[in-house]
Design a binder for this molecule. Structure first.
Ligand SMILES: Cc1cc2nc3c(=O)[nH]c(=O)nc-3n(C[C@H](O)[C@H](O)[C@H](O)COP(=O)(O)OP(=O)(O)OC[C@H]3O[C@@H](n4cnc5c(N)ncnc54)[C@H](O)[C@@H]3O)c2cc1C
Length: 408
């Protein structure tokens, strides 16, 4: 049976291109398919998110040769402050405080806007001869057999490969077509996302205010700008999103406070409904799921894409080693190595973010007191504080080579 390529990746968002670059470095031929036109995905207004990229993630992007194009647009996160909050009250007296000066590796991470990251990944794919990127290529059917995987596109064309990888986001059709079910639930929250300009400098400090309806994150961007991720109950978020810019800012100001001086919107506003969705298996016959296709989680810890890049690093390593040993890169044994490396870690993070969201998104006086004391305690114990920081920076656990900044 002939194959058009070694590996077919469905999804050219963030994780699909990252994985394609990692596999191409190892000499594997990869085809990336995305339903959307390239220009749509590369347009600056396509996605308003800015990502808190852990140190481990910037190491992956550096090893893939992308970070050097991004570093000038990235804002180091020098400190993180998290506290309980209520509209109009400002931060509570007890809070969690992480300072990058305590980590010998430097800043725990960087803030990077989607518009720079997505464009850099698309450009890097274009420059890699091993990668074929097909835009406006919607996959409508797939099948696998003992020799390979086959997909059918909406335009009627058929492609065959040894291995099929779903990087097609939280509604993953790749998983559905393979009969992989998902677990999770709707949070009943929507994240309102925008960038703001402010009069005073942020000094590289990321703030998280745990408001009764959901967390408000104020994340530093280059210059006097910050990215806002403001989670509200879905109906309230819809009403706020429908307001004009001036009324939107009037709604934001009491939650935000005045610690950064006068604020103004910088660019468009976006709304992302939030849900937890975990694939019951990360693998199937000749198939693996990566990134949000495997796990969509609450943005409260800013770990969604970071965990996607961990999948990328682990799967690229497992597949590359198998290819070098002459093994079938899509054999159950090879794919099981990937699942074992990633699934438990992901479940812990998903349950963790879910529990933190439940514990903090309410106004229960008893819980408020307990969580404030908890945050104060973590902040006060240096060893505990540093271990949280190392975890958030992606420096702990059994790290694949890419996460250590090395090529696979
Ligand atoms: C408000 C918010 C804030 C966040 N902040 C952070 C953060 O600070 N740090 C962090 O690490 N993560 C963060 N995340 C998570 C992060 O945004 C996601 O994990 C990441 O975008 C997932 O990328 P992906 O490539 O897996 O999927 P996607 O970006 O969803 O890409 C999927 C691609 O698949 C394509 N596709 C789908 N179906 C088909 C088909 N049938 N045929 C062909 N193509 C198809 C789509 O067109 C799309 O381009 C945040 C998420 C939210 C909602």
């Amino acid at each position: 049976m002939t194959h058009d390529t070694d590996i077919l990746i469905i999804g050219g968002g963030l994780n699909g291109p990252s994985l394609a670059l990692a596999l191409a470095q190892a000499g594997l031929r990869v085809t990336v398919l995305d339903a959307l036109p390239r220009e749509t995905r590369a347009a600056p207004e396509f996605d308003g998110r800015a990502y808190a990229l852990a140190l481990g993630s910037s190491r992956v992007l550096a090893a893939l040769g992308v970070w050097e194009k991004l570093a000038d647009h990235a804002q180091p996160i020098l400190q993180v402050k998290a506290s309980d909050g209520r509209a109009g009250e400002g931060a509570a007296p007890f809070f969690l405080h992480f300072d990058a000066a305590e980590l010998e590796e430097g800043p725990m991470g960087h803030m990077l806007e989607d518009r720079f990251l997505r464009a850099a990944l698309l450009d890097a794919m274009d420059a890699a001869p091993e990668i074929t990127h097909r835009a406006q290529a919607r996959v409508v059917a797939q099948s696998t057999d003992a020799t390979g995987a086959q997909v059918a596109l909406a335009d009627g064309s058929i492609l065959r490969a040894r291995l099929l990888i779903g990087c097609d986001g939280r509604e993953s059709g790749t998983a559905q077509r393979a009969g992989i079910r998902r677990s999770g639930w709707d949070y009943g929250q929507t994240a309102l996302v925008c960038a703001i300009e402010h009069a005073l400098p942020h000094d590289g400090i990321a703030h998280q205010f745990f408001m009764p309806a959901g967390p408000l994150a104020i994340l530093p961007l280059p210059g006097n700008r910050s990215s806002i991720v403001w989670s509200e109950a879905t109906a309230t978020a819809a009403a706020i999103h429908a307001l004009d810019d001036a009324a939107y800012l009037d709604a934001l100001r009491p939650c935000f406070g005045d610690f950064l001086g006068e604020i103004a919107l910088a660019g468009q506003r976006y709304a992302y409904p939030l849900k937890l969705t975990i694939a019951n298996s990360f693998i199937g016959p000749r198939l693996a799921l990566v990134g949000d296709a495997a796990h969509g989680m609450h943005p409260i810890a800013g770990q969604g894409f970071n965990f996607g890049l961990r999948d990328v690093a682990a799967l690229a390593e497992v597949v590359t080693l198998a290819a070098r040993r002459g093994e079938d890169i899509a054999s159950p044994l090879v794919l099981e190595r990937y699942q074992q490396w990633r699934r438990f870690d992901t479940m812990l993070m998903a349950v963790g973010t879910d529990s933190v969201n439940r514990l903090f998104s309410n106004d229960n006086t008893l819980l408020r007191g307990l969580r404030d004391l908890g945050m104060g305690a973590v902040s006060a114990i240096p060893a505990l504080r540093r271990s949280f920081m190392r975890e958030a920076a992606g420096l702990t656990g059994d790290l694949p080579r890419l996460m250590r900044g090395q090529r696979v």
